[in-house]
Design a protein around this ligand. Sequence first.
Ligand code: PRP
Length: 190
Amino acid sequence: MNTELDIDLDLQTVLLTPQQLDEITTRMATQITADYKEGAFGSRPLVMICVLKGAVMFYTDLVRKMERPVELEFVKVTSYGAGTVSSGQLKMHLDLFRTDYSNLNILLVEDITDSGRTLSKLTQLFRDRGAHSVRCCTLLDKPDRREVDFTPDYIGAVIPDEFVVGYGLDYNERYRDLPYIGILRPEIYS
Ligand code: PRP
């Protein structure tokens, strides 16, 4: 299987090939384009916000496939509370430099939704700033890991609770550059 792929030996298996990722991003861009075409959504700017760093590959593929103008923005956040002690705090390391959000449709773009804290906090943040609409798009969803009541508006693939890397996702900053997503061998991280 996947004989044409040069698979990293640290991976136990490939979860999504480059071709599957291409199909997912095409499907999602078509859906999002259609959803933001009509009425108040269509007449206002669509600002797609990449949640760095993990989403970067998904984001650049997705925005290139959108069949309408989009504005590009980036945030970098650290979410505390993923461990046993849950503070629910979100620290912004990179933010937007805008003053008026009232005319904007915001679409947050994530690589993976795990506990759901990052996207639910960012959604609340941009709602509090007065955005006309705020929606979330995630390439991967791990619903088994959810710790808060949150469902992304757009989901590329629902995956099992495995340690996945590649296509932007890392383990200790490694594997982000792989053009596919795979499951990391447990002996690498345990
Ligand atoms: C990962 C991922 C999401 C977040 C999801 O980011 O990219 O941003 O965790 O987890 P949650 O649903 O539990 O909030 P990470 O902090 O690893 O940073 P990175 O994107 O720079 O790798």
